[in-house]
Design a protein around this ligand. Sequence first.
Ligand code: CA
Length: 736
Amino acid sequence: MARNHFLHACFYTVFGLASHMAFAALQANTAGLTEPGDEWLNYGRDYTEQRYSPLETIDTNNVDKLGLAWSFTFPTNRVMESTPLVHKGVMYVTTSWSRVFAFNAKTGEALWEFNPEVPKEHLINSCCGPVNRGVALWTQNGETSVFVGSFDGRLIALNAETGEQRWSIRTTPENSHYTITGAPRVVDGKIIIGNGGAELGARGYVSAYSAENGELVWRFYTVPGDPAQAQESPALEKALSTWGGKWWTVGGGGGTVWDAMAYDPELDLLYIGTGNGSPWNRDIRSPGGGDNLYLSSIVALRPSSGEYVWHYQVTPKDSWDYTATQHLILAELNIDGQQLPVIMQAPKNGFFYVLDRRDGKLLSADAYAQVNWASHIDLETGRPVENPVADYNKTGGSLIWPAPFGAHNWQPMSYSQQTGLVYIPAQHAAGYYSKDEKFSFTKHRWNTGVDLWEMRSHADPVIAKATMDAIVRGYLTAWNPVTKEKEWEVEHPEASNGGVLSTQGGLVFQGTGRGEFRAYHADNGKQLWSFGTDSSVLASPMTYAIDGEQYVAVSQGAGGAIVLAVGRPRPQNSNNPNRLLVFKLDGTQTLPPVLASKAAVRNTYEPLNSASRELIAQGDKLYERNCATCHGGSANGSGVIPDLRMMSTKTQSEFVGIVLGGSKRHSGMVGFYETMDFAQTEAVHAYINHRAAVSLEEEEYSWWDQIRYWFWYYSARLGDAFPWLANALRDANMSP
Ligand code: CA
């Protein structure tokens, strides 16, 4: 061990010297991105992506005086995942549909807006809504540009002063499943952009474009293509032997680079996180086995050329949607008496990884959440030791912790240099995985190879609610990456809460799914302040200072994968207003009122429940296959997009035209005439009306339902505490 570290130290020194000259040339441009001071210049603040600010005017003693300085209500009402950037007194923030807004960061005055006019029908390719997480900034020849990836696959450069478009290029193939939701990054005048789409079918890649004119500089594919063709890089030639079957025809392999990146200017390495396999089910994707490089991996690339340098595969043989696209953080940690440059990640699979970022050597990997797919990560081999329950193709179906939503998803975590802790917006949920026996690749649908109908919540609403309440929850987890232990934890009643910011004021900021924005003591998790919002706060907060005054900003808006899939109550009377909230000490502003609620207008329909059982059962399966990923499992609407149980009489009469003909194409609901016929549409219609009738009955539980609720609640709690028991009950058909 000691010898290894010595070699690392030598390597680091020699490499550091060799790259010093190139580094000096870069310094002028990258200075801001390594030391932003009062500003916030990159998605994760600076190149380390720590989301830790040295600002300390707002601290543990005065945070209770935090109040609203200004706010802005956006003309959108979908999920907000954007982190604002602040440079030279101007704030740049994005909304759903990839719209960009610029504000005077001190006064809140709106300066300009850019709308890339994303075709709404591209929504059919989304896993989780028309999300955007933010912009990148780069100054060249005295001119600052703002870069945004549009949902339909364009990379666009804007004049930072006026919002006028400088250039726009396509970075994904026309008419493909790819989407862009992540923020671009900039290294030495090159804009780095990835994309998503592995649920529907995609081959992952990341590209670099010239900031000046949008010319492609390099592209790195994360998985090999058809082996009959020459592969694009030596790294892919090497990866070929880890694949089997015809992955390029059944979903493209996956491994999309849809979110996390980080850059080390000293090592001149760009780190990317790659996504899940496409399809999820490894026996369908790569029959005959293999690790399937470079799925679910952290990969280090040379940012000038896109050349592969090293990789660490977080989840070999991924079969569970366990992406390694979650937030990557660079830090220097003192491990066994040595100061080491590390990269850290809490990917979906539930283990917290610390790697030496010079060569990808695994230093530690420990469970930060409940996990039953693997017993541990073997530090000798660097590989997980899978439990038999994980192989659902063999077991015939298993309850596996974590669920596809992950023990941690896109919500950014934060590393505090002050406490040495990593604050993880973690979550707790299990998923029932079983093989989709009838799998065939279908364009514009989820192609997972997992039976999502089996995975959906129980058809009985009482049992569904009881199990959801019992096993799905969220955490803010303070993880010590050196001692590999949890130091403290705050529990949230739901999964999917906000991203995290930590500051030198000793504070940790996080929003909640229920609709609160909170500050905690970074040492012990004590809640010190809270602000009631009128929608979920899922995006990450950021902080900046102007004229010596510190501000904390966050955007609000509900939605995203877990919310769309399982639905959940949002703050009362909420029409999901998308807002930007900016706080300062002694701020006195209040939120403007919400405009008339659409939900109230929609809920006028008296459902009929006269369809036959057979028709409803047929509609149930068709619904889960075609509609559930957007409109919610079991037709439990999230309130983010129309809840089908609340269709108006007008919508009822236009149902066939909407579903088959695509008459609401302009708002994102395309026609399904290619894959469904009239009779099937009628079955789905009958099923939705049946669900509407059942849901109305849910409002008041009879005494019998209450007994059933608590019975299933405690059964699920027991199964949650002992996953083997939950699986044994499942096998015996004795559980929800
Ligand atoms: Ca995925």
